[in-house]
Design a protein around this ligand. Structure first.
Ligand code: AMP
Ligand code: MG
Length: 416
């Protein structure tokens, strides 16, 4: 860490402009089955193979009619019936209506559908109830209203979720071309770390960042590759970094604060790294480092040096690493997805001036009595407090130079 530290907004802007500079055309693609495509990013447009709807469809059970005739409130003869799935019928004879079900094609000649609840029926004749009216187009979605055959409905860069899968299915797409998941190397550093399977000796702790970052990476659309933990020596780091160079993104945990054994920045510098920033005025996560290591003529490996404390690692990955990962995965959306919630309790007053804080919080999305999502910060003992972190479901954003926020304040939160 050196010089004037950037504000959160400045650091976030640097990450955004890095992501905007990524070229999607250079990303590798693959074909996946529709049902395996959730969470992936489209690498091709989805084009309408037909008009949507492909025929004028009724949105109600009722009677297709000519609105002008039905508006006379006289009995009209039921000339036939069309169920959903049947071919379009018609033409509708003059002075007649056509019984029709929701989703069925409206017969040629009809220009509206009267709801079944709005007619009086006498045998094979119906009339519009006196208090009801009908106008051209009522309860009919005309052919092609939603899309025309050949329209590009989604473009490369769209994230694929339930709605996009439904649209692709409607367009007859059983397979999609998506970007390959970026390979994310996760390198934890620290002489004190042992793996989850091991017993801890005096002064040792279990490596919790490796499995945590692996799930954050997977959830963010990446393919995590956890590397063996590197010891706090220059030689161990140099060797570990050499093994990480074929990844698309490198996350290094630990070793970036100003301590004597914080050797990560010098090791990256030995590889010719350029540093976009070293340190951000945030809490937790102030020592965060972002940069790129050159690799061959045309490419570079972006990396984050995440502070080793578990909550710092999680926060800085979500705030800065995840947007870069999303960009490398081909997604268009830039930046973390904050949502609004209302504070149910005032935040503490322990603010350090000039730091944007991201405090572990619990958001209740369905508060008793309804109303807005309510969020409260969780009491915690700093950025190593995993029990407190595990009780939380979000980070509450406390803006720079705000000592405390009152109950009732609307705040931004970042979901975990
Ligand atoms: P560092 O950023 O390396 O100075 O580490 C800061 C704190 O985070 C120290 O207390 C470390 O023991 C802890 N820490 C570092 N790496 C990990 C890890 N992979 N899992 C859990 N705690 C860690
Ligand atoms: Mg360390």
């Amino acid at each position: 860490m050196s010089g004037e530290l950037l504000s959160y907004a400045e650091a976030a802007a640097i990450v955004s402009s890095f992501v905007r500079g990524l070229s999607r055309s250079r990303l590798a693609v693959e074909r996946v089955g529709l049902s395996n495509s959730t969470g992936r990013v489209l690498a091709e447009p989805i084009v309408a193979d037909q008009d949507q709807p492909a025929f004028a469809r009724s949105t109600r059970d009722g009677f297709a009619c000519r609105a002008a005739e039905a508006s006379a409130h006289e009995f009209l003869t039921i000339a036939g019936a069309t169920h959903a799935g049947e071919a379009p019928a018609g033409p509708l004879p003059a002075g007649a209506v056509w019984e029709i079900m929701t989703g069925a094609p409206v017969p040629a000649g009809a220009d509206a559908v009267v709801m079944i609840e709005h007619v009086e029926r006498e045998g094979e004749r119906v009339t519009l109830l006196p208090k009801r009216s009908i106008a051209v187009g009522d309860n009919v979605v005309a052919q092609g209203t939603q899309a025309r055959q050949g329209d590009a409905l989604l473009s490369a860069g769209a994230e694929i979720g339930a709605a996009q899968i439904a649209l692709a299915a409607t367009c007859g797409r059983a397979e999609l071309t998506v970007y390959k998941r970026p390979r994310v190397a996760i390198l934890t550093t620290g002489d004190e770390l042992v793996s989850v399977e091991q017993e801890t000796g005096p002064g040792q702790i279990r490596n919790s960042n490796a499995p945590m970052l692996a799930v954050l990476v997977a959830a963010g659309g990446g393919e995590p590759k956890v590397l063996p933990t590197a010891a706090d020596t220059a030689e161990a780091l140099d060797a570990a970094l050499r093994d990480a160079m074929d990844a698309d993104l490198l996350l290094i945990s630990g070793g970036v604060s100003a301590g004597k054994f914080d050797l990560v920045e010098p090791a990256l510098a030995r590889l010719g790294a350029s540093f976009h920033f070293t340190g951000v005025r945030i809490q937790p996560g102030k020592p965060l480092v972002f940069g790129e290591v050159p690799r061959g003529a045309a490419s570079s490996l972006p990396f984050f040096g995440l502070p080793g404390n578990p909550i710092s690692s999680a926060a800085t990955f979500l705030l800065f690493g995840a947007p870069v990962l999303a960009g490398l995965a081909g997604a268009k959306g830039i930046g973390p997805r904050f949502v609004a919630a209302q504070l149910s309790r005032a935040t503490d007053r322990k603010a350090k001036p000039g730091l944007t804080r991201f405090l572990p919080g619990i958001c209740d999305f369905n508060p008793a009595g309804g109303g807005l999502p309510q969020v409260a910060t969780v009491p915690w003992h700093g950025s190593g407090d995993l029990p407190a972190f595990a009780r939380s479901n979000c980070f509450v954003v406390v803006p720079e130079d705000t000592s405390s926020l009152d109950a009732g304040t609307m705040v931004k939160i970042l979901m975990l």
